[in-house]
Ligand binder design. Structure first.
Ligand SMILES: [Zn+2]
Ligand SMILES: [Zn+2]
Length: 194
């Protein structure tokens, strides 16, 4: 029994659809359909397939190319949607930070802290959550809850060492509690983390 030069499996001349190059190298029709996507010559002898044969597979090739294009289009669309979503999220977060800073300025610390805690995800370490942690530390400091400040900001600088403002409020909180050595430690870290 002859075999297909592409997949090397047998070709049953009674039941399989198959084609051949001019040098009688046989291939399954389905194998040839895939092969023609890459080349128009016989994989074994490099003899070009006759145009009439190639034309028989034109619809298949068009369909495959359309499928490929559709996958690419979808991917591009998803990427641009993701980008737009990221921009929208960022703007929304900046607005949120602005509103928190406004509350802090108006000395509405409890309201600011409540809203920050609503948003804060303690399992996340992305920029948004680190920023939220910092604001939680700062709002608690201004409220006079230095223990809470230390709690939040220590968590922050453990994740992100280069956060000078985090060390600043951490040091200030230690100072308020009379922990001079720890305050000095935090203030020294400010220079290092810049
Ligand atoms: Zn085959
Ligand atoms: Zn051939």
């Amino acid at each position: 029994m002859p075999s297909c030069i592409i997949c090397h499996l047998n070709i049953n001349e009674n039941t399989d659809s198959f084609k051949s190059c001019n040098n009688l190298h046989l291939v399954h029709k389905t194998c040839l359909a895939e092969w023609l996507m890459h080349s128009h010559s016989c994989p074994l002898c490099s003899e070009p397939y006759p145009q009439s044969l190639i034309d028989q597979f034109k619809d298949y090739k068009d369909m495959k190319e359309q499928e490929k294009q559709a996958v690419l289009d979808k991917k591009l669309q998803e990427e641009s949607q993701k980008k737009m979503q990221a921009v929208a999220d960022k703007i929304l977060f900046l607005k949120f930070v602005e509103s928190i800073e406004q509350l802090i300025e108006e000395e509405k610390f409890n309201e600011a802290i409540e809203r920050l805690l609503d948003l804060y995800d303690e399992n996340s370490t992305d920029e948004k959550d680190l920023n939220t942690l910092f604001l939680l530390g700062k709002a608690n400091y201004l409220k006079g809850r230095y223990d809470m400040t230390i709690n939040f900001l220590f968590k922050l600088v453990k994740i992100r060492y280069d956060y000078p403002d985090g060390f600043l409020y951490l040091g200030k909180a230690y100072e308020k509690l009379g922990l001079k050595d720890k305050a000095q430690w935090a203030f020294d870290r400010i220079k290092e983390s810049k």
